[in-house]
Write a protein that binds this ligand. Structure first.
Ligand SMILES: NC(=O)c1ccc[n+]([C@@H]2O[C@H](COP(=O)([O-])OP(=O)(O)OC[C@H]3O[C@@H](n4cnc5c(N)ncnc54)[C@H](OP(=O)(O)O)[C@@H]3O)[C@@H](O)[C@H]2O)c1
Length: 263
């Protein structure tokens, strides 16, 4: 099937890594539904893709909320009736809450429920909403944006790690269950990425500690086995590979070395 006939839905497409993924997919000629809670951000990305000659629509979805996913799917189906069915799903929406297991702050109450609800159940909800149609057509691609936090542990990120480990496990198991049905499910696991999310951490840690922004940036770089931050374009390249290559149940790890470890 030519790339131009595919329709992708990218959650968390309004900014950061998801925006770069949405732009990459549109540049390759496919149509993109840019989904997140902030419709203005999705609209900005979709408008700019269209201004560049691509095809894109904004879609308001909170992946952490069943009702919002149902409403978003309804809207996606209306758009689909004009442009074709969504056959590529990129579950990129996610966020991080840091907390300490010992001496947790009051605001850390419910952190596991919140992190799992968006980072794992959000991807599961979206996948379950789209799988029946994909399976019926005998073709579909699901790419889950997990993290190195789905492969190794990080201190002060137990809830985030639990949510991303869950997403990697779900990816591997679902891929096995769907074997032979034409629906591939894979995960991308970047280590720290040069992204607005990391810029935010660098600023906030520098304000709260006696280390400078440069020192914090160097700290994040040094945590990556490849010695540098992963770029958002590398994340988009890995997602693109998982969409167009015919394999399933794989994890694509990006560690800042410039290469992809596939397992
Ligand atoms: N940055 C890194 O170093 C890094 C490393 C490894 C993995 N990742 C993963 O990569 C993904 C993107 O991260 P990023 O750095 O690009 O973060 P970001 O800049 O904060 O973007 C996150 C995106 O997800 C959306 N989102 C968050 N909660 C949502 C919800 N409940 N429903 C729908 N959309 C939601 C946000 O939009 P709204 O707030 O408008 O909803 C935004 O578009 C995440 O899954 C993250 O865990 C990031």
């Amino acid at each position: 099937m030519p790339t131009g006939e595919h329709v992708a839905l990218v959650t968390g497409g309004g900014r950061g890594i998801g925006e770069v993924i949405a732009r990459r997919i549109a540049r390759e000629g496919a149509t993109v539904l840019v989904a997140a809670r902030s419709k203005d951000e999705c609209k900005r990305v979709a408008d700019s893709i269209r201004e560049g000659g691509g095809q894109a629509w904004p879609l308001e979805i909170d992946v952490g909320d069943d009702g919002s996913v149902a409403r978003g799917m309804e809207e996606a189906r209306m758009v689909s009736s004009a442009i074709g069915p969504v056959d590529w799903l990129v579950n990129n929406a996610g966020y991080v809450e840091m907390h300490r297991v010992l001496n947790p702050k009051e605001e850390a109450k419910g952190v596991y429920e919140r992190q799992l609800n968006v980072n794992f159940h959000g991807a599961r909800r979206m996948t379950e909403a789209m799988l029946p149609d994909m399976a019926q057509r005998g073709y579909g691609r699901v790419v889950n944006m997990a993290s190195s936090a789905g492969l190794v542990g990080y201190a002060n990120l137990t809830a985030y790690c639990a949510s991303k480990f869950a997403l990697v496990g779900y990816t591997r198991a679902l891929a096995k269950e769907l074997e032979g049905k034409g629906v591939n499910v894979n995960a991308v696991c970047p280590h720290y990425v040069q992204s607005p999310m990391i810029d935010g951490y660098v600023r906030s840690y520098a304000e709260k500690t006696d280390k400078s922004e440069d020192e914090w940036r160097e700290y994040f770089r040094s945590q990556n086995p490849g010695g540098r931050l992963v770029t958002m374009e590398e994340c988009a390249d890995a997602v693109w590979e998982a969409l167009v290559e015919d394999y399933t149940g794989r994890v694509l790890e990006l560690d800042g070395s410039g290469s992809i470890r596939r397992s």
